[in-house]
Design a protein around this ligand. Structure first.
Ligand code: NAD
Length: 355
């Protein structure tokens, strides 16, 4: 298969971690007979320096026309004083809007080799933590009317059936590619928008008889994520609930450098990026952990290119690398072998196996 990937290296550690992910993709292409073509896209602080704009129309067009986008991270102190409309993060918002991605998907997975890094009790971690939160990204209370009148403020939480249906489908489709368990999270005991949410999810369930749907109130879900996270496979929820729950879920895994994410819309063209930022404190030192970006590339193969075996091979290579005791500085512990960013990429490639 031939796929065209738009590559945004960005700022700080972005270029270092993306380079390692591209090396992994190149090796996958060799082993499985694919061709990945890369188009460089400038976004963030580096684009402000070059064009005076964090994402120009021409750069955005390259992303929209690609089969998917791989992003490192953007931002840094250097651009803190630029006007708000020109900040590096504005590039990211413009990219999401321009690509029409309305679903953000974040896995919470504990690698057994890093179980000690979790703040949860060992007995809970040992049951296994491996789930994805599918969050609606461009609707709900963040996008409703915001108003302050005198000493009263209002924020409107509004969802239409079609907005719920499109994110619901992503939830069902994601569950279909995993253990086929979908938990729909809402607050239907209080909110009308949640009652509509629940109705739409149950209507969709009829089209996905192979997926087991359950409902959970958001307050209970917040508790269950720390009490018994092993029960979850895929969680689907609205924008604000998802914002809060996905941060909670990433915390229980213990390492920010290891977590990938994807954002998807109506087409298979997705945006794939690690959840961390540009880490200016460690940029250019070859010590960043590239695994969050490498696993984002694996998500791209699975969710946008339907390359299930190839995605599995990358995840297995990461697991084998950890089994052999290699660690970048952020996840280093006693008795392990310290490696840099480049070496981490190379060791993962060594562990990559073809069919
Ligand atoms: P950060 O995620 O960049 O860093 C937080 C801490 O985690 C730092 O100590 C950093 O060294 C460490 N860290 C992060 N990623 C790591 C990795 N791969 N390997 C090892 N250690 C890692 O968050 P921050 O410091 O709050 O933000 C720095 C910049 O990144 C800011 O300009 C912020 O706006 C931007 N940011 C960008 C994105 C994005 O591009 N999507 C997301 C968040 C923050």
């Amino acid at each position: 298969m031939t796929k065209n990937i738009a590559v945004i290296r960005g700022d700080g550690i972005g270029p270092e971690i993306v380079n390692e992910a591209l090396k992994v993709l190149d090796r996958v292409a060799e082993l499985y007979g694919h061709t990945f073509n890369y188009t460089d896209v400038d976004m963030g602080g580096c684009a402000i320096d070059k064009y005076g704009d964090p994402l120009t129309e021409a750069e955005l067009k390259k992303c929209v026309e690609s089969d998917s986008v791989l992003l490192g991270a953007v931002g840094g102190d250097k651009w803190n004083d630029v006007p708000g409309y020109m900040r590096p993060e504005k590039g990211l918002l413009r990219l999401r809007a321009g690509m029409g991605v309305y679903s953000n998907n974040r896995p919470a997975k504990i690698w057994k080799q890093l179980a000690d890094a979790s703040p949860l009790k060992k007995a809970i971690v040992e049951k296994g933590i491996d789930f994805i939160i599918v969050r609606e990204l461009i609707g709900g209370i963040y996008f409703g009317e915001h108003k302050t009148e005198g000493n009263t403020a209002t924020d409107v939480l509004k969802y239409s059936e079609s907005e719920i249906e499109r994110i619901g489908r992503i939830g069902f489709e994601t569950a279909r590619k995993r253990k086929k368990k979908l938990c729909s999270v809402e607050k239907s005991n209080v909110l009308d928008s949640s009652r509509l949410w629940k109705r739409v999810m149950h209507r969709l369930a009829e089209e996905y008889p192979d997926v087991e749907l359950s409902d959970m109130l958001v307050d209970n879900c917040a508790m269950q994520i720390v009490k018994n996270p092993a029960q979850f496979d895929v969680v689907v929820t609205e924008n604000m609930f998802g914002d809060i729950l996905s941060d909670e879920a990433s915390m229980i895994t213990g390492s920010i450098g290891m977590i990938p994410s994807s954002s998807l819309g109506a087409t298979s063209c997705g945006l794939y990026e690690p959840i961390h930022g540009s880490a200016p404190d460690i940029a250019g030192k070859d010590i960043a952990n590239p695994i969050g970006t490498i696993l984002s590339a694996a998500m791209m193969l699975r969710f946008s290119f339907d390359m299930e075996k190839e995605a599995d091979a990358i995840e297995k290579a990461v697991s084998d690398y950890l089994d052999k005791g290699y660690r970048t500085a952020d996840i280093m512990s006693e008795g392990m072998t310290l490696v840099g960013c480049k070496q981490c990429g190379e060791l993962i490639i060594e562990n990559l196996k073809g069919e």
